[in-house]
Design a protein around this ligand. Structure first.
Ligand code: PMP
Length: 354
């Protein structure tokens, strides 16, 4: 063993979804938006003066914080921005879950949560979802050091009502409760309205899904000013210049264009409805989705088999080799044409492999 090896922080890292480089892939595996960002984003990118890149970006990310505060009608001191919601969530874990008590999250959920807990040495316990993949609020009544869950959940796509979230908040006034709303813009109701009532609620959202900007990496959190200040203090203690200049400029443009935003999300919701119908006709079963993906299983064909067959046809979906969900594949909602290619392939595969 080398001398330094015993000092290494050993972790089992998060495994990101595959990002294939081939151009002809129908990419339905990492819940990206199939449509381009708002036209203003492209225009701002083209107009950007690369000479300005010699300067550091504004560490407070003021233009973007102000744009988000204006859009959501909250104070600028209630908004924290980060490099994708992964960065925001990571800072939130480090800031709020500094406790001997376990952080609670569902047993089937975003698989980054246990990884952050592990790397920051935060104890955690999981609360099993019920047989329909739903959260039972009573599981969160026990003593804990904080709570986090996505709404809609990933990878199940199940949406929980605000009543349930309030139930969890009412029983947990002393710890921070993070609602990870990466997929909220596809038909769910945000918990944002509850931040006035609960000073321990942090709502986290992203530009990666509904705003078609996964590549630029912007996420944000909203909560009471004390929560946001605590996160900024931690962030400035690690890396103050997280938000690069192009992301600030493009992010502001994305927030401005509400018309484009809602037309894109409406298109995805309409395609999701068609996808639910087509998948049902093909015999798939799935919990109702309120996200830009569907979590589906087939009683006759194992998900791994379908995942591999689709992959060989350059159609990428996501398969999780994990207990309880290893019969499911997660299919991102693409364009209508991409979805038709998927359904045609599945239909043909099932006809040939009766
Ligand atoms: N939360 C959930 C539930 C997600 O599925 C994802 C996407 N993988 C994220 C957060 C992170 O997204 P991003 O960092 O692109 O904002």
């Amino acid at each position: 063993m080398k001398l330094w090896e015993k000092n290494v922080r050993r972790v089992i890292p998060y495994t990101p979804g595959e990002q294939p480089s081939a151009a002809n892939v129908i990419k339905l595996n990492t819940n990206e938006n199939p449509y381009p960002p708002a036209p203003g984003v492209t225009a701002a990118k083209d107009a950007m003066d690369a000479k300005r890149l010699r300067l550091y970006p504004d560490p407070t990310a003021k233009v973007l914080v102000d744009a988000l505060a204006h859009y959501y009608d909250v104070g600028a001191d209630q908004v924290f921005v980060g490099v994708g919601s992964d960065d925001v969530l990571s800072v939130a874990f480090l800031t709020f879950f500094n406790s001997e008590k376990p952080v609670l999250f569902p047993d089937i959920t975003y698989s980054f949560y246990p990884v952050w807990a592990q790397v920051y040495r935060i104890p955690y316990e999981t609360c099993p979802l019920d047989e329909n993949f739903r959260i039972n609020p009573e599981d969160y009544y026990r003593e804990n050091g904080g709570i986090v869950f996505p709404n809609p959940n990933a990878p199940t796509a199940c949406y929980e009502s605000l009543d349930k979230i309030e139930d969890i908040l009412d029983h947990n006034r002393d710890v921070v409760v993070i609602v990870d709303e990466a997929y909220i813009d596809f038909g769910g109701k945000s918990a944002l309205e509850l931040i006035k009532k609960y000073d321990n609620l942090l709502v986290v959202q992203t530009f990666s899904k509904s705003r078609s900007m996964a590549g630029i990496r912007i996420g944000y959190a909203m909560g009471c000013p004390e929560l946001i200040k605590a996160m900024n203090d931690v962030k400035y203690s690690i890396n103050s210049y997280t938000m690069n200049m192009p992301s600030l400029i493009m992010g502001v443009e994305a927030v401005k264009d509400e018309t484009y935003f809602s037309s894109c999300t409406q298109k995805i919701i309409a395609t999701r409805q068609r996808a639910k119908e087509r998948l049902s006709e093909l015999g798939f079963e799935f919990p109702d989705s309120m996200a830009n993906f569907i979590f589906a299983r087939h009683p006759k064909y194992h998900a791994r088999e379908l995942f591999e067959a689709l992959r060989s046809a350059n159609i990428f979906v996501r398969y999780f080799n994990q207990p309880r969900i290893d019969e499911y594949m997660r299919i991102t909602i693409g364009t209508d044409d991409q979805m038709d290619a998927l359904f045609d392939f599945l239909k043909n595969y099932m006809d040939v492999n009766k």
